[in-house]
Design a protein around this ligand. Structure first.
Ligand code: GDD
Ligand code: MG
Length: 341
């Protein structure tokens, strides 16, 4: 088995702490290790560093190298994309790398994971991974799914069908539905969130690209150096839209470990320790008669009076103040700033 760690995303939802120059995977959240380091460490009981491939953008080389070295995984491979083209091309490139440089056969399982989630405890997680790998060996595209507890619109939804080994056949996969649809899925009870972790054999994923994304298949079928030099021509698409929504051989392995993609300030609030009034405080903050707030300060004192359900994040040049429950929309601030130039 080879592990492909996707660590090239730009990160907009945790603005202003995550910027294009320091996206979420490099932030230390709820732990003294960054999320990338936490990801690598979770898998070290299962495989050796030489079986790990971190796919990232060339801008992040320094961060990735330093982090791998400090967590004892200096022997892992770093695969650099010349431009970001989302996760489907990143996975295709990593698959070609494994085949060309690491001698991966069509039957070897590739386990793909995002680099920016919190997952624990490790022993339960490892059991979940082993189950997914077993299913992948049966020539399936395996996703690891989580029982949802709210109508989150930032995730993919997996409709579970009949049992299949230790998992389920997938009836349908829908990436990032709108709020109404997410609410229907939650009420239905048969839908799971996609964790963004996948397992398949190298042969299986190349067949899936060939069937559903011939442009990616063609570009990724060339020798590795050519795949890199032509990478810009890859379509910009995630593996969820490119394969998971289209393939008829998707199965789901349940992820029973605690999982949080901390994709928003609300999710950060959830994972941080709180005081007796439910305030999650970090940095120089003075909450007076405040309850259920998040205050993250870096340089200046944050003094809050009578606040309830408010998120305040202060950095050198930006202060974001948001209502709890609305923080998915922080990415709209980033989009607005980009549009302004
Ligand atoms: N190498 C590389 N190149 N990595 C990338 C790129 C890229 O162009 N784009 C994103 N990534 C990495 C991110 O750093 C992250 O670790 C992972 O791929 C997933 O990308 P996100 O951009 O965070 O995806 P998402 O959160 O919107 O959605 C995915 O994850 C959800 C769970 O957190 C989907 O798989 C959803 O279906 C899923 O529910
Ligand atoms: Mg994500």
């Amino acid at each position: 088995m080879k592990l492909i760690i996707l660590a090239g995303g730009g990160g907009t939802r945790l603005f202003p702490l995550s910027r294009t120059c320091l996206p979420k995977q490099f932030l230390k959240l709820g732990n003294s290790d960054s999320l990338l380091t936490q990801t690598v460490k979770r898998f070290l009981p299962l495989l050796k560093p030489a079986d790990i491939i971190v796919v990232t953008n060339k801008e992040y080389t320094h961060h990735v190298k330093t982090e791998l070295a400090t967590c004892g995984a200096g022997g892992a491979h770093i695969l650099l994309e010349p431009v970001a083209r989302n996760t489907a091309p990143a996975i295709a490139l990593a698959t070609r790398f494994c085949q060309d440089k690491l001698g991966t056969s069509g039957e070897e399982v590739l386990f793909v994971t995002p680099a920016d989630h919190i997952v624990h405890p490790v022993d339960i997680f490892i059991k979940n991974v082993r189950q997914a790998v077993e299913l992948a060996e049966q020539n399936k595209v395996v996703t690891l799914g989580i029982k949802p507890d709210k109508p989150e619109t930032g995730y993919g939804y997996i409709q579970a069908g009949k049992s299949f080994g230790s998992g389920y056949k997938v009836e349908s996969f829908r990436e990032k539905p709108d709020k109404d649809t997410a609410e229907q899925y939650l009420a239905d009870g048969n839908y799971y969130w996609n964790s963004g972790m996948f397992a398949f054999t190298a042969g299986c994923i190349m067949e899936e690209f060939s069937a559903h994304m011939p442009e990616i298949y063609q570009l990724a079928s060339a020798p590795l150096t050519e795949v890199v030099s032509n990478f810009e021509a890859m379509p910009n698409i995630s593996i969820d839209y490119a394969v998971a929504e289209k393939s008829d051989r998707v199965v789901m392995a349940p992820l029973t470990a605690y999982w949080n993609d901390i994709g928003s300030w609300d999710a950060i609030y959830d994972v941080l320790d709180k005081d007796h009034s439910g305030n999650a405080i970090n940095g120089d903050c003075l909450p007076i008669d405040c309850s259920n707030t998040l205050m993250l300060g870096r340089n200046r004192l944050i003094a809050g009076v009578g606040l309830e359900d408010v998120l305040v994040v202060e950095t050198d040049d930006v202060i974001v103040v948001a209502k709890r429950g609305e923080s998915q929309k922080v990415k709209d601030v980033v989009n607005e700033l980009k549009a302004r130039g």
